[in-house]
Design a binder for this molecule. Sequence first.
Ligand SMILES: [Zn+2]
Length: 158
Amino acid sequence: MLIAVRSNLKKEIKNKMISLSSYVLEKMLTEEDRENLRVQIVFDSKLDADGYCGMTYDEDEYMKKQTDMTVTLNRNYITTDHIYRILSHEMVHVSQYASGRLRERPTCTIWEGKKISKKLSYRNRPEEVEAWYLEGRLLGAWKRTKDGSVLKNFQAKK
Ligand SMILES: [Zn+2]
């Protein structure tokens, strides 16, 4: 498993992000699914969402299990702890794609073998329900680890 933060952020912050990402992926994925996984984390100040999880290579889109993904985080949250919650959320999506539980198909998205109804609102989509359910729990559990424990009094700085 390889996780890289593409940014000129302080090394300390990058290491925190890698630690949280590894934590989530270790909880969510089998060793086999983690083995060839390569995730890069990038920042965008013009993103019209908190975060986004996409394939690093467009041609991978319909693969059964994804191995190369890019997580884009909204740079406007970089100075707040919210960035870690967004990261936790997006890493749940990384795990959904890496395990094949979530799959893109040319005309639809598949969740655990079934088509996701296009009538479902964004908030009610199963992959989002799971990510919202788990983001805070995983972040909270990570904060109780050695790496995460300093976050309580920690302000991310550019
Ligand atoms: Zn989401």
